[in-house]
Design a protein around this ligand. Structure first.
Ligand SMILES: C[C@@H](C(=O)O)C(=O)SCCNC(=O)CCNC(=O)[C@H](O)C(C)(C)COP(=O)(O)OP(=O)(O)OC[C@H]1O[C@@H](n2cnc3c(N)ncnc32)[C@H](O)[C@@H]1OP(=O)(O)O
Length: 169
């Protein structure tokens, strides 16, 4: 857990996220995401891409998540999923994002901490160590739609301007 995250930092996982990450567009279906984004994805399975657009793929019902102040809809892409976000209430983190980004677009990526060097069995303990180096956006871990604990890392800290969500797989 905490040791694995230290190893990830030592191996340059978070600095690799600083490399330019190509914009993911709904129409870009010819190359898999792991090839597009390089080795960062090999460190933890890409759980989902949250993007404000839609494809002709199976779409879930909207699920309100008051704890996260968003409603989510999942677009099932087979080996990963797209998460469409809608603000729940005017204090939602998404509200500010939409206000600032009139073209909408990618909000965050979510990486599962469950294989390779990012093995984490207690994200609650791991985050205590991780946040010495990278700002976590919440002190406490929150539970996501599928019951898994998640934390967000600040886009300005080692994440190349990308909001990164870590999920305990
Ligand atoms: C259900 C769950 C799930 O998937 O599991 C969810 O989706 S929950 C999804 C909703 N929940 C979250 O997003 C939780 C984490 N997000 C947050 O805590 C917040 O949105 C922050 C990322 C801290 C931004 O906070 P806030 O909007 O108050 O501050 P701000 O607008 O001044 O932003 C600070 C700087 O970060 C940048 N910034 C803000 N949101 C960003 C984003 N999504 N991606 C990349 N950069 C972003 C701003 O442009 C700004 O840069 P400059 O300083 O250069 O102007």
């Amino acid at each position: 857990m905490a040791r694995a995250l230290r190893a990830a930092a030592a191996n340059g996982f978070f600095s690799r996220l600083q490399a330019p990450i190509p914009t993911v567009r709904a129409s870009s279906t010819s190359r898999p995401l792991d090839q597009m984004a390089g080795s960062a994805w090999n460190r933890g399975r890409l759980n989902h891409v949250a993007i404000a657009n839609i494809l002709g793929a199976p779409v879930s019902e909207a699920v309100p998540l008051p704890e996260h102040e968003v409603s989510v809809v999942f677009v099932n892409l087979g080996n990963t999923k797209m998460e469409l976000l809608h603000p729940l209430g005017c204090d939602s983190p998404i509200a500010g994002f939409l206000q600032k980004n009139k073209a909408r677009g990618m909000h965050h990526i979510c990486i599962e901490m469950g294989n390779n060097i990012l093995m984490v069995d207690n994200i609650n303990a791991a985050v205590m160590d991780l946040t010495k180096k990278i700002r976590s956006l919440r002190e406490e871990v929150k539970i996501r739609a599928h019951g898994k604990p998640v934390i967000f890392l600040h886009p300005k800290d080692y994440c190349g301007g990308v909001l990164v969500e870590l999920e305990q797989a």
